[in-house]
Design a protein around this ligand. Structure first.
Ligand code: ATP
Ligand code: MG
Length: 234
C-alpha cells in the first residue's frame, strides 16, 4: 500500500510553475530518496508534501485520504513529521525543550518516543540541557530528526539531512535513519545531494530535473549507482 502519493502536482510561487506534473509514491515501510541538483525543486516538493505550499494542480494523498487542502499543522497531527532544510532547531532552547515542542506538534493520541530518540542519538542524551544553538551541525541535525520523530509519525520527511554535517556524522545519521525505519517502522522520504547517504539509507530513489521527475532507480542495483552519481555530482 502507498502511504504517501503526489499525483500530477504542478506548483510554484508565482506565475511560473516550479514543479511540473510531478507524481511520486512512497510505499508503507519504505525509505525513498529524491535527488537532483541545486534549484531543481526538491524543497518545493517537500513543502507540498507537508502542506506549507498548495499545489495549483494535482493532489496529495496520505494514508488513503486526500490531504491536499490540509495545512501543515493538521498533517503533522495526522502523522507526518518534517525536518526542513537547514534544520531550524530553536537555538535558545535546550535539546529537551526542542523535543517537547516536537511532541506537541505531533498532537495527542500518539505515544511519545523520548526514550527512543535518546537511544538512537546518545549525543542528544548527553546534551539534554544544552542550548541547541551551541551544538555542531551534525548534532543539530540529530535534534531536528529527534524533534520530528518524538511524536511517532508514520511518515518522516527529511530535506537534505547531510547538509553542513561532517562526513563521519553523515554515515552515522544515515544508519540511524535505516534503524528507525526497520525497528520503529517509520516510512521515510528524504531529499539528498549526498551519494553516500542516498546509497546507504534508501531502497528506492527518484531523480528530479528542472521540476520534473525523470527517473526512478534502485540504489541497491550497481548499474543505477552511476545514474545517481550523475544527478548528484555538482
Ligand atoms: N519562496 C520562494 N519564492 C519564489 N521562488 C522560490 C521560493 N522558494 C524557492 N523558489 C525558487 O524555486 C526553485 C526551486 O527551489 P527549491 O528550493 O525547491 O530547490 P532545491 O532543489 O531544494 O534546491 P537546493 O538543492 O539548493 O536546496 C528555485 O528557482 C528557487 O529560486
Ligand atoms: Mg532544497
Amino acid at each position: 500500500m502507498n502511504l504517501f502519493e503526489l499525483n500530477n502536482v504542478t506548483a510554484g510561487y508565482g506565475s511560473t510553475p516550479i514543479l511540473r506534473d510531478v507524481s511520486l509514491a512512497v510505499e508503507e515501510g519504505d525509505v525513498v530518496s529524491l535527488i537532483g541538483r541545486n534549484g531543481v525543486g526538491k524543497t518545493t516538493l517537500m513543502k507540498i508534501a507537508i502542506g506549507l505550499l498548495s499545489p495549483e494542480e494535482g493532489d496529495v494523498m496520505f494514508d488513503g485520504a486526500d490531504v491536499t487542502s490540509m495545512g501543515a499543522d493538521e498533517r503533522a497531527r495526522a502523522g507526518i513529521g518534517y525536518v526542513p532544510q537547514g534544520r531550524d532547531v530553536f537555538p535558545r532552547m535546550t535539546v529537551e525543550e526542542n523535543l517537547q515542542i516536537g511532541a506537541e506538534v505531533g498532537g495527542g493520541g500518539r505515544e511519545k518516543l523520548y526514550d527512543e530518540v535518546y537511544e538512537y542519538f546518545p549525543r542528544l542524551d548527553e546534551r539534554r540541557d544544552q542550548n541547541a544553538g551551541t551544538m555542531s551541525g551534525g548534532e543539530q541535525q540529530m535534534l531536528a530528526i529527534g524533534r520530528a520523530l518524538v511524536g511517532n509519525p508514520d511518515l518522516l520527511l527529511l530535506d537534505e539531512p547531510s547538509e553542513g554535517v561532517q562526513p563521519s556524522i553523515v554515515t552515522e545519521i544515515s544508519e540511524r535513519v535505516q534503524e528507525i525505519n526497520e525497528e520503529i517502522g517509520t516510512t521515510v522520504l528524504f531529499v539528498e545531494q549526498n551519494i553516500q547517504f542516498t546509497m546507504n539509507a534508501s531502497n528506492s530513489c527518484y531523480v528530479m530535473e528542472k521540476g520534473r521527475i525523470v527517473d526512478r532507480v534502485s540504489p541497491d542495483d550497481a548499474d543505477d549507482e552511476s545514474v545517481i552519481e550523475e544527478h548528484i555530482t555538482i
